[in-house]
Design a protein around this ligand. Structure first.
Ligand SMILES: [Zn+2]
Length: 213
């Protein structure tokens, strides 16, 4: 990858402390190539590289393979109004300052917790903004049907999940790791999983706003 130097030294950092991750720690997921995409000045996806297609297929998301999303708007693929607003704020920041922003988010699979480092970088000489996603840690967990997109769903039930920390809202009592939320909501007693709606939890929202202030 010729552009790797552009991603190598992020200058800003959001959220690593949330997960107790040393950004310089050896990357357990480094053997996997990063997922890379880029947008133009109108937020259209104009670049897809790295492990995009392999990651999409492995996670039962064949509808977003590169041939399907190239030249579409980034926002067609962003789930949840609050998630979109946070990313719009991040993009605005990168475009204005021309400095990279880096943060850790979770993109869990049914049987593993995945910690992913995202680096959003503006090319100096052109409008292209690139998003590089590298798995920095993976932890095995017992299978969680809630995270299995192939599990049968029940349309009249919704649970909110934070797109950054993957915690699930449990009524008014707060946001919990998937396993704890399933126990609290007694989801294991159901025949089918509820639908997931994506948002940003108050904790992640506050940290993103603090970093962007
Ligand atoms: Zn969160």
């Amino acid at each position: 990858m010729n552009e790797s130097k552009n991603y190598a030294k992020p200058h800003e950092s959001i959220l690593p402390k949330v997960y107790n991750i040393n950004m310089n720690e050896p990357r357990t997921g480094q053997s996997q190539p990063p997922v890379i995409y880029g947008i133009d000045e109108r937020d259209r996806i104009v670049l897809i590289d790295g492990a995009w297609d392999a990651f999409a297929v492995a996670n039962h998301a064949e509808h977003v393979i590169s041939s399907q999303v190239l030249h579409t708007s980034l926002w067609e693929h962003c789930r949840g109004a609050m998630v979109e607003q946070v990313y719009r704020n991040l993009l605005q920041r990168v475009r204005v300052t021309k400095r990279p922003i880096e943060f850790i988010y979770r993109c869990d699979a049914p049987e593993r917790r995945r910690f992913i480092r995202m680096c959003i970088t503006k090319r100096e000489d052109q409008p292209l903004i690139t998003f590089m996603n590298q798995i920095v840690r993976e932890e095995l967990r017992p299978y969680q049907a809630l995270l299995d997109v192939t599990a049968p769903r029940r349309s009249d039930e919704l649970v909110a999940m934070c797109s950054w920390c993957n915690k699930v809202r449990v009524d008014e009592s707060g946001w919990y790791e998937v396993e704890d939320a399933i126990a609290a909501l007694k989801l294991f007693e159901r025949d089918a999983c509820p639908e997931i709606t994506h948002t940003i939890c108050p904790s992640c929202l506050a940290r993103s706003e603090a970093e962007l202030a």
